[in-house]
Design a protein around this ligand. Structure first.
Ligand code: ATP
Ligand code: MN
Length: 482
């Protein structure tokens, strides 16, 4: 067994004079004497003072940035600035050398773009240590939130044969030979000979299967990877991302909004309470980054203020129709500054519109409801008493500052005839989805759910600006490195 003390514990300790063993990676080595050592347990480094007179020149030479070392010594009160404890080393052992000339991370500030290309090593930077600690805390808090409320964590399939939702945006899963696939009489690829005996893809959402669970277990959630082959090279889209999808029986649109708002506030509070040091660091990072921006592009609130603001205020709830009125009258629309001008009811909202509503008009998170049926999915509940040509559905999107849509959800259409009619209208094959329709055939009931993009939440809480910087190994068009 390897015995060691974690740096996180030592930095808080007052057991001066105690013998300790520390292991970690060298951040810097100054004056042949002072190692700034980090083992990942804390954002702060531990200062290890090397007894350079009694340490061989060979070892001193190998204490370089990136090297893994083991030091045995005593914990002492530090006289130096910036730390309260340090370790006075009796011996230093090199566990793994690191050629300072070749090690990609120099003891200086690197750009996020540069670090993205070194994603295999970027965990060793303080910023990414903080980001991934916060990501972990948020994932944990999500499970805790649902567990406390009696939800069942349901694992929906990653490989799926239903492509009803994301036609055209899916990644195919096959074992057929690409160059020479089997063909049927008509000359089409014969998926009957494929591994599953039919054409299969990676899932774009666990919702349809989640609904099946909710219609028996009552309250379920999924939290798993989702895949979308959309060619969107944005700071908000990944080809592989994680989604949280609760689904609740005997719930309507309002219950759904309440659940989503409660959940978001719960997990943001959890991160603030449990990752204070990390969020503090990310707060300063963002302030630094914003210094390079023009005054008008800087955010009015710091990261911490923004998170607290989100906790302290009710999300604004308005209908799509109200939002369109606000957007039509808005300055950027009148002055033709939007890339897509809003001229009539029915228009799909772009992220520029979502961000205008959140950042300029309401200045807080907004829940938009009751969207036109035409721009939403077939399974959303059709609103009653709609004006001619203005059929809406009980959808809800939650819009966050700096991000736009973070949650998309709805009350589901539980009435079999209405659902089938809508599927016919837009050409979704009912026979392929017989299993989905069975929940409406046998004991249907009102139910609702939503999908939260996990990485968009992590972007919000960490104040990082690019979604590629909050997932360990981002997948996006032309990139599947590492
Ligand atoms: P958008 O319009 O921003 O592309 P969407 O309408 O396609 O989002 P949904 O299908 O409702 O999104 O998915 C639910 C949630 O999943 C979204 O609210 C968002 O948080 C997240 N999400 C969707 N697509 C991506 C993606 N490519 N990468 C990361 N997160 C995503
Ligand atoms: Mn999308």
């Amino acid at each position: 067994m390897i015995k060691r003390n974690k740096i996180k514990d030592l930095l808080k300790s007052t057991e001066f004079g105690k013998e300790v063993i520390v292991m970690g990676w060298v951040k810097t080595f100054r004056n042949n004497q002072f190692i700034a050592l980090n083992d990942g347990s804390s954002l702060s480094n531990l200062q290890v003072v090397v007894d350079f007179e009694n340490t061989s020149g060979d070892i001193l030479k190998k204490i370089s940035t990136g090297a893994a070392v083991k030091a045995i010594g005593t914990l002492v009160e530090s006289v130096g600035k910036g730390q309260t404890v340090e370790v006075k080393a009796k011996t230093v052992e090199i566990l793994g050398e690191s050629d300072a000339e070749k090690y990609p991370l120099q003891p200086k500030k690197h750009s996020l773009e540069f670090l993205r290309e070194k994603a295999h090593l970027r965990f060793r930077t303080t910023t990414f240590n903080a980001v991934f600690k916060v990501r972990h805390a948020l994932a944990f808090a999500i499970h805790q939130f649902f567990n406390e409320r009696g939800f069942t964590y349901l694992h929906t399939p990653i490989i799926t044969a239903s492509d009803a939702e994301g036609a055209g945006e899916m990644f195919r899963v096959t074992t057929l030979e690409l160059g020479n696939p089997p063909r049927d009489e008509a000359g089409n690829i014969n998926f009957k000979e494929d591994f599953f005996g039919k054409s299969t893809n990676l899932t774009v959402s666990g919702q349809l299967e989640g609904e099946l669970g909710a219609m028996a277990l009552g309250e379920i959630y999924t939290f798993g990877p989702t895949f979308r082959a959309e060619n969107s090279n944005t700071t908000r889209h990944l080809a592989e991302f994680w989604m949280i999808e609760p689904e609740v029986a005997f719930a309507d649109l309002e219950d759904n909004m309440n659940l989503a708002e409660d959940m978001l506030k719960y997990v943001i509070k959890y991160a603030l309470d449990n990752c204070a040091e990390e969020i503090e660091l990310l707060n300063s990072r963002l302030l630094d980054e914003e210094k390079n921006k023009a005054q008008k592009d800087r955010s009015e609130l710091s990261l911490i203020e923004k998170l607290n603001f989100c906790l302290d205020n009710d999300f604004e709830r308005i209908t799509y129709t109200e939002a369109i009125e606000i957007l039509k009258r808005s300055k950027p629309n009148q002055k033709k500054q939007f890339n897509y001008l809003i001229d009539e009811w029915g228009a799909d909202l772009q992220s520029e519109h979502e961000r205008y509503l959140v950042e300029k008009h309401f200045k807080k998170p907004v829940i938009l409801t009751n969207y036109p049926a035409e721009i939403k999915s077939f399974y959303m509940r059709q609103d009653d008493n709609c004006a001619e040509g203005k059929q809406t559905v009980s959808a809800m999107d939650i819009l966050f500052p700096g991000i736009g849509e973070i949650v998309g959800g709805s009350q589901r259409e539980e009435r079999l005839e209405r659902l089938e009619a809508r599927m016919d209208e837009i050409g979704i094959p009912k026979d392929e989805l017989y299993w989905y329709l069975d929940t409406r055939r046998f004991g249907t009931a009102p139910h609702a759910g939503f999908g939260l993009g996990f990485e968009r939440l992590v972007v919000f809480v960490t104040g990082m600006t690019n979604i590629r910087d909050v997932i360990p190994f981002p997948r996006y068009p032309k990139n599947a490195e590492f």
